[in-house]
Ligand binder design. Structure first.
Ligand SMILES: C[S@@+](CC[C@H](N)C(=O)[O-])C[C@H]1O[C@@H](n2cnc3c(N)ncnc32)[C@H](O)[C@@H]1O
Length: 322
């Protein structure tokens, strides 16, 4: 058994459980049905996302990890000693290990909405980095949350990998980054992973892999509604639908109804026509200049931008304070 010293401190500011119910009932009542993407991540969804990261078509994880491995020394030199590292949407906290190996960090604050997955990942990391103060915060990062009230000797350093910022509409991404800049304060810095615009065929395959792992991840949203809300979705009557819309610069992800059907959720009845779609997620892609402009609009000063040899993915170092 582990001693307490090796466990992460855990703060639970997760949304109330009825928020999923309200979002599903409200989202399915709309003429263009939609359920926000944060609900894709219950414990099962987080485990499936980890599987997606290992499918051959899903290049973002391995490409970003390679950039971080190559640049970890440079990043550590920019950040300096004794930082408090705050990771937004930390998932399994895999990529941050590459940074922590290179950095002289005092504290790590993983923030994620997926409570049980976060707790496990934070405890594993605390056990592997026994000199690090690990304080996990379960929260919806769309809303301001409080950081641990510890004195910080070095910089506050934000980390937002995985191109997760692509799930925001561009104007929401600006608001989110502005909130991060406030949270990090003067002298703060942030590292953001951004998937780059590219050939539609590469993106379509990455978001709909041949083994069907992404489809499982997507349809888990309906399975979650069955588990948590007593809904009666027949998962076999739905399909995952993902494609790159070049004009909009985003991968659009839906769950498509294969037949005309009705479902009952929390006593409410909803009809879906054959072919009708429930929108679940956008994944915006950027060019390097587009993302640097977006970061500037949020009040950051972009300094370094790194990419891989094939220009698939990019990692950006941003500083607060104009
Ligand atoms: C695309 S995954 C990326 C995971 C990991 N950072 C990586 O790069 O592989 C997005 C992560 O953000 C979390 N997440 C999604 N929406 C969130 C929200 N509104 N608030 C907090 N965490 C959220 C998910 O639980 C998941 O762990």
């Amino acid at each position: 058994m582990r001693s307490n010293a090796q466990l992460a401190e855990f703060h639970d500011h997760a949304p109330q459980e009825d928020s999923f119910r309200d979002a599903v009932l409200e989202g399915l009542a709309r003429s263009r049905k939609a359920i926000p993407c944060r609900f894709l991540y219950d414990a099962r969804g987080s485990a499936l996302f980890d599987e997606i990261c290992r499918v051959p078509e899903y290049y973002p994880t391995r490409t970003e990890l390679r950039i971080l491995e190559d640049r970890a020394g440079e990043i550590a030199a920019l950040i300096g000693p004794h930082c408090q590292l705050i990771e937004f949407g930390s998932g399994s906290s895999i990529k941050v290990r590459t940074l922590l190996d290179a950095l002289d960090a005092d504290a790590y604050v993983p923030v994620d909405i997926s409570r049980d997955h976060l707790r496990r990942a934070a405890d594993d990391l605390a056990a592997d980095f026994p000199n690090l103060d690990v304080v996990a915060i379960c929260a919806d990062y769309h809303h301001p949350f409080r950081l641990p009230s510890r004195p910080v000797r070095g910089r506050r350093f934000g980390f937002f990998p995985g191109s997760t910022i692509g799930n925001f509409e561009p104007d929401e991404a600006v608001d989110f980054l502005a909130m991060c800049a406030d949270l990090l304060g003067d002298g703060g810095a942030m590292l953001v992973g951004i998937d780059l615009k590219k050939d539609a065929a590469i993106l379509d395959a990455a978001y709909d892999d041949a083994a069907g792992v992404t489809a499982k991840f997507s349809l888990n949203l309906l399975a979650r509604a069955n588990r948590e809300l007593g809904a009666d979705f027949d998962i076999t009557r739905f399909a995952h639908d993902a494609h790159y819309e070049e004009g909009a610069g985003r991968v659009e992800i839906y769950i498509r109804s294969l037949v005309h059907q009705k479902v009952i959720i929390a006593g409410r009845r909803f009809h879906l026509a054959q072919g009708e779609r429930i929108h679940t997620e956008y994944s915006y892609k950027y060019t390097i200049p587009e993302f640097r402009d977006l970061a500037r609009s949020a009040g950051f000063r972009p300094t370094m931008s790194w990419t891989d040899a094939d220009d698939l993915f990019s990692v950006h170092y941003l500083e607060t304070g104009g």
